[in-house]
Design a protein around this ligand. Structure first.
Ligand SMILES: C[S@@+](CC[C@H](N)C(=O)[O-])C[C@H]1O[C@@H](n2cnc3c(N)ncnc32)[C@H](O)[C@@H]1O
Length: 229
């Protein structure tokens, strides 16, 4: 028996998003420009960012990584209408309903970033929306940054989110300033273009948050405060 599915993906509406309209529109342009490349999405929640990339894929690849576990209160606050989830519930099924996740060139990593072994080759776009603590950033940056090629983009959605709390990422970008050029800012998202391959040792140094000075932190904050204005 053949069961036809008449639900058209184009008709489904995602109302839940933690992105602004301008960020969604920017990510759509990136999806189009890099549809033939390899995009890594860290933090998809209910699929708003996923769709920006997935719907535009041509012969490229999208890797999506998320814990898919409900966290209070920020997810509940962003959920439109009555929220059916409580702390710790899986929202993977809702994400699957929202995106065309079974495309053959879409790899889903339902795990903490800390658990991912990156063995898929060069990264053309690294979309970051899950570096909420310095522990995650420290585990994540060294895994992925050395696979980025000149001309590739780091799109950091967390950038303008609580700047003082996010200082570990400013420190990372500041220490890697020889390799990264800030190019765009949309909403709280900052975009850096990779200028040359970043050696693993450099990323290790850049994420050694225990060793820093007040002066270095002030330099990083000052530099990125200027970008954020
Ligand atoms: C701000 S939301 C992402 C919003 C999403 N990009 C959008 O378009 O609406 C942050 C996401 O990061 C995920 N996350 C947080 N810590 C994580 C970790 N250690 N590993 C993987 N995902 C994580 C959360 O589950 C959540 O879905």
């Amino acid at each position: 028996m053949t069961i036809y599915n008449y639900t058209k993906k184009e008709d489904s509406v995602i109302q839940a998003s933690m992105l602004s309209k301008s960020e969604i529109s920017y990510l759509n342009t990136i999806g189009t420009a890099f549809g033939g490349g390899r995009i890594l999405e860290l933090g998809c929640w209910l699929g708003s960012s996923t769709r920006c990339f997935l719907d535009k894929l041509t012969n490229g690849e999208l890797h999506t990584c998320d814990l898919f576990k409900w966290r209070e209160p920020y997810m509940t606050n962003a959920y439109p209408g009555k929220c059916p989830y409580k702390e710790g519930d899986s929202f993977l099924d809702e994400w699957k309903r929202n995106v065309d996740w079974q495309q053959p060139n879409h790899y889903v990593h339902p795990a903490g970033i800390e658990m991912i072994d990156w063995c898929y080759g060069q990264i053309d776009v690294l979309f970051i929306d899950a570096h909420k603590t310095w522990h995650i950033a420290k585990a994540s940056f060294p895994k992925f940054l050395p696979s980025m090629v000149p001309g590739s983009l780091i799109i950091d959605q967390d950038f303008g989110w609580l700047p003082f709390q996010y200082v570990y990422s400013y420190l990372t970008y500041w220490r890697l300033r020889e390799y990264l050029k800030p190019t765009t800012k949309v909403g709280t998202t900052a975009v850096f273009e990779v200028q040359k391959v970043i050696p693993f040792e450099m990323v290790e140094y850049a994420t050694n948050y225990r060793q820093t000075t007040a002066q270095e932190i002030l330099c990083a904050l000052h530099t990125f405060h200027v970008i954020l204005r």
